[in-house]
Each structure stands twice: as structure tokens, then as C-alpha cells.
Design a protein around this ligand. Structure first.
Ligand SMILES: C[S@@+](CC[C@H](N)C(=O)[O-])C[C@H]1O[C@@H](n2cnc3c(N)ncnc32)[C@H](O)[C@@H]1O
Length: 261
């Protein structure tokens, strides 16, 4: 890929890619953009952004940053990629919580253009690209660390991008994640397994469980519900109950798994 000043980028096959004025690059060729708005919708992205910006998941972002700090490589910069970064909340948190953020090269990719647009606008020091996690536009062995928060990924692609000493950090929901929200939706809420399936070829180095309680207001509960994979199960009556429940306290539960090849 070659950078031409003010004209965007050309790949080795001479395809041209524009750089948006917000600074991000869109590498999804038009024929790969079915459906029209791939990834999360604009409404889902906005709901997630408002909820995250209110700080409800901040302790998890802090734990993520602590792991990155603990595993800084000897040589700088440390190249980091957020796979399925959404609107870039975690990249921004890492920049503001890390001790020497200038030594970090932060990158994010997501298939949803509107999310990348918002991410690039908010964080000038990071680089964001619209692309699929199945085929990521970076050189082999470029990254020291890849992380993934509730997003799909491809084992082979991640292995290709990581340096031989590179690390993979996966954040998944723990057994009691959003328990009280699920109680409105399922008659019999079950704790799912604490085991995190790792992509082929990776083995675990360490794992950490981060749990804390949150008390979102009525609108924030609706935003949180929208962020979950079980939102579609909540009909209007259930949503109404969630919205108007008195003093609702909700448990969060995250598992952060660090792995290498
Ligand atoms: C549940 S959201 C998590 C977003 C962000 N990591 C967070 O926690 O705020 C999943 C994200 O993965 C993105 N996504 C879905 N399929 C993708 C793919 N094939 N390649 C890249 N991103 C994808 C969606 O657009 C969405 O932003």
C-alpha cells in the first residue's frame, strides 16, 4: 500500500482508496459491503457510545490497560490493534490511562463505517480503518498486541499479524454478566461456562475476572439492553419493566484472557 499525499492510498494492484477528512481509511471494496450498512447500525453504535462514555465499563478498560502496561515490550513503540473496535472507546481509554501513551501506536478496525468515522473523529493519535477482521490490511508480524472486546475474529489472520512474541487479549462476558437484566428476559437464567475458547494455535498465559455493579438510569438501561445479544428477546412489555424497575443494580462480569502462540 502506497500513500500519495492528499489523494489517499493505492494498493499493489493499483486499486485506489480515499482517505476521509476525519482521517480514517475505508478498505472495504464496494462488492464486500452487503448488507448496505455492515456491522452494527448507527443507532446501536450511538447507544453503545453513550453508555460507554458514561463510564459504566471503565473498571474493565482500566484492567485492560493494566495488562497492556504489564506486558510492554522492551522496544518502543508498542503496536496495538483493537479488532472490531466499534466507536473506539477502548483505544481512547488506553491512551488516557496508560503511563506513556506516546510510546503506543494504537490502531482499530471495524466493519461498520459509521463507528470508524466516530472513532477517527475523537482520537487523532490513533489510526482507524474500515475493514473486516477476516482480512486485515496490515503487514505480517506488525503488532505486539491484539485485543478483542466482544467482536468476531479470525485465528489465522490474528496469528499472521502478531510478532512471534505477540500477545492476544480477549475480553468475554463472565458467568454473571448482566445477570439482573437477564432475569427480566429468561425464566431460568443460567450461568454459562467460565472457560474461554481460544482461537486455534493460541494458548493461555493468564486470565483475570473483573466484576462490579452498575446502576444505569432508565435511558442507560435501554442502551445497555441494545448492546446485548439477547435484546431481541425483550418485547415491549419486558422493556418497559426493565426501564421502570426501581433502584435496579446490575452485575457486570468480564473475563480477560491473555494468550500467545
Ligand atoms: C458487540 S460490538 C463490540 C464493539 C467494541 N469492541 C466495544 O466493546 O465497544 C461488535 C463489533 O464488531 C464489529 N464487527 C462485526 N463483524 C465484524 C467483522 N467481520 N470485522 C470487523 N468488525 C466486525 C461490529 O461492527 C461491532 O462494532
Amino acid at each position: 500500500m502506497h500513500h500519495l499525499p492528499s489523494k489517499g492510498y493505492y494498493c499493489t494492484k493499483k486499486h485506489h482508496f480515499d482517505q476521509a477528512k476525519e482521517g480514517y481509511l475505508n478498505l472495504l471494496p464496494a462488492q464486500h459491503k452487503k448488507p448496505k450498512e455492515p456491522g452494527d447500525s448507527r443507532a446501536m453504535m450511538r447507544a453503545r457510545r453513550n453508555f460507554l462514555e458514561a463510564g459504566f465499563y471503565q473498571p474493565m478498560a482500566q484492567a485492560l490497560t493494566n495488562i497492556i502496561e504489564k506486558h510492554r515490550p522492551e522496544t518502543i513503540p508498542m503496536n496495538i490493534l483493537d479488532v472490531g473496535c466499534g466507536e473506539g472507546y477502548y483505544c481512547r481509554q488506553i491512551e488516557s490511562l496508560a503511563k506513556n501513551p506516546e510510546d503506543l501506536n494504537l490502531h482499530g478496525i471495524d466493519i461498520a463505517k459509521n463507528a470508524i468515522f466516530a472513532a477517527a473523529k475523537k482520537q487523532k493519535n490513533a489510526r482507524f480503518i474500515v475493514a473486516s477482521s477476516k482480512s486485515m490490511p496490515y503487514a505480517d508480524e506488525y503488532f505486539d498486541l491484539l485485543f478483542r472486546v466482544y467482536a468476531p475474529s479470525d485465528a489465522k489472520e490474528m496469528a499472521r499479524l502478531l510478532k512471534p512474541s505477540g500477545l492476544l487479549l480477549i475480553v468475554t462476558p463472565g458467568p454473571r454478566h448482566l445477570w439482573q437484566l437477564k432475569e427480566f428476559i429468561y425464566t431460568n437464567v443460567k450461568e454459562h461456562s467460565i472457560d474461554v475458547p481460544l482461537p486455534t494455535g493460541f494458548s493461555q498465559i493468564e486470565s483475570q475476572r473483573v466484576s462490579f455493579n452498575i446502576q444505569p438510569d432508565q435511558d442507560q438501561r435501554m442502551a445497555l439492553l441494545q448492546m446485548t445479544p439477547f435484546a431481541w428477546r425483550a418485547n415491549a412489555a419486558t422493556q418497559n419493566k426493565i426501564q421502570h424497575a426501581k433502584d435496579l443494580i446490575i452485575e457486570t462480569d468480564f473475563i480477560l484472557t491473555l494468550a500467545s502462540r
